[in-house]
Design a protein around this ligand. Structure first.
Ligand code: LLP
Length: 447
């Protein structure tokens, strides 16, 4: 068992997160439960900012909200001095509702609607990352109509194949994201923006993928972005103030994952930018990075209760928990591999091999295939590690399962970031057309 952040095995032999006993947390808030180690999140924010200050002074670390976003997370990121990357009207609304300073927001997305762009312009977000030619045309007009002049980055596809699952790989040429450097699309967009009075081009953005465990792809992307910037100076006399290399730094899901440290990552990419800039007598652009997973991933644990089990003799033993692909779709989607422990006997060596299944009506609803664990007993609590990123944010109500609560543990205090959904929450948006209304149901308040 790898203990991440502040996690430890306490005197009772229970798993403890942020000074809170996981068994008591489950009793108090009910299972399944997303738990966040707030000290660890804060430490990762600080380490990222410190590395930025050391290797790329003047740069900005911007948390990618898609990994885990709610209003309390926005406050936390604000307190830690990070920027925030939002990718939809809903994320923008969440950030603004939490009073996150608009000037530290970066607005992303490959198909922002005119209404979303208008909301971003009204709020005065710090940067809009323009993804494609259609969006560029819409934004030029919208800014004119609203008498605004937003600062924008152009999202480029550097043509880098990141070594990760193909669903979360985005920097390669054949991608739905960004303006292609190789076929001249990016160059044309630069010319168009420079000619448009209503937009202020300040630099370039790329994001090559996610859960990347070696630095090679990042270094290559940084190099390609700088080469493009130099070419644009050559061609149009444009000098980029900002280079944004997106997110993507991988984390440890299992002991087999060996991600680079945030320090090594920052040193490597900042080094490329500095070296290329110096060699070409180019004013060193400010670096932006957008880590999501590496800020919250390892700081999250999900607590489930063990329920039924089934032995398929000679093949495997299934043990089911009270959550599943609705609370964590990553196994079904990306064949993600997780590690777990039993919260009441944390770290007890696994004598058996069990497959942890969810409770959704699908054979593919498995949380961990062949986990080395002592055979879990009915009612025990199972803690699955490294679930801070892309679990709550990707959760659904499949099978009408209410989404679990999200609790943040900090120095022995546990506080709700998001309350558990209730059955009435599941009905909140349901409507009956008049032909299906019933008088008796109206009396019960569900009409
Ligand atoms: N910036 C941009 C423009 C992005 O598209 C992303 C992630 C990030 C930053 C943050 O990347 P991170 O540091 O978290 O790797 N649902 C998938 C991951 C999708 C990532 C999408 N974009 C998963 O569960 O693995």
């Amino acid at each position: 068992m790898i203990l991440r952040g502040t996690m430890r095995r306490n005197e009772k032999g229970h798993l403890e997160i942020g000074g809170c006993d996981a068994v008591e947390l489950t009793r108090r808030f009910g299972p399944p439960l997303y738990v966040l180690d707030e000290e660890d999140v804060r430490a990762r924010c600080r380490a990222s900012r410190a590395a930025m200050a050391e290797y790329a002074p003047g740069g900005m670390v911007t948390y990618a909200g898609k990994a885990l976003l709610c209003t309390a997370m926005c406050r936390l990121m604000d307190e830690e001095g990070l920027g925030l990357d939002v990718v939809s009207g809903g994320e923008l609304y969440t950030a603004l509702s939490a009073d996150f300073p608009a000037e530290r927001l970066i607005f992303h997305g490959n198909n922002k609607s005119p209404a979303e762009l208008e909301a971003a312009l009204r709020a005065g977000v710090g940067l809009i990352v323009v993804d494609n030619e259609v969006e560029l045309a819409i934004l030029i007009e919208l800014a004119r109509a609203m008498a605004k002049r937003p600062r924008i980055l152009l999202r480029l596809t550097p043509g880098v194949e990141a070594h990760t699952h193909h669903y979360i790989r985005t920097g390669q040429q054949d991608s739905k994201f960004g303006l292609d450097i190789q076929n001249g699309q990016a160059r044309r967009a630069v010319r168009q923006v420079l000619a448009a009075e209503t937009l202020a081009l300040v630099g370039f953005h790329c994001h090559i993928g996610s859960q990347i465990l070696d630095l090679e792809g990042f270094v290559l992307a940084a190099r390609i972005m700088m080469d493009f910037a130099l070419a644009m100076r050559e061609e149009y006399g444009f000098v980029a103030e900002i280079i944004d290399l997106g997110g993507g730094l991988g984390i440890r899901y299992t002991a087999a994952d060996q991600p680079p440290s945030i320090d090594d990552y920052m040193r490597a990419i900042a080094g490329v930018i500095a070296t290329v800039a110096e060699g070409a007598d180019y004013p060193r652009p400010r670096l932006i990075v957008e880590p999501g997973r590496s800020i919250v991933g390892e700081a999250g644990v999900t607590l489930y209760t063990v329920g039924t089990s089934k032995e398929v003799s000679g093949i495997r033993r299934y043990v089911a928990v009270d959550g599943g692909m609705a609370a964590n779709p990553r196994v079904a989607l990306y064949q993600a591999v997780y590690e777990a422990t039993l919260a009441e006997r944390a770290g007890e060596e696994g004598r058996d091999v069990v497959t942890i299944a969810g409770k959704c009506c699908e054979s593919g609803d498995i949380l961990i295939w062949d986990a080395p664990l002592p055979t879990p007993k009915f009612g025990e609590i199972l803690a699955v590690f490294s679930t801070g990123a892309y679990n709550y944010s990707m959760a659904s109500n499949y099978n009408r399962l209410p989404r679990p609560a999200l609790v943040s543990c900090y120095r022995g205090e546990a506080d709700l970031f998001v309350a558990r959904e209730t059955y009435p929450d599941l009905l909140r948006q349901d409507r009956f057309p008049s032909r299906l209304r019933r008088v008796t149901a109206a009396a019960a308040g569900i009409n």
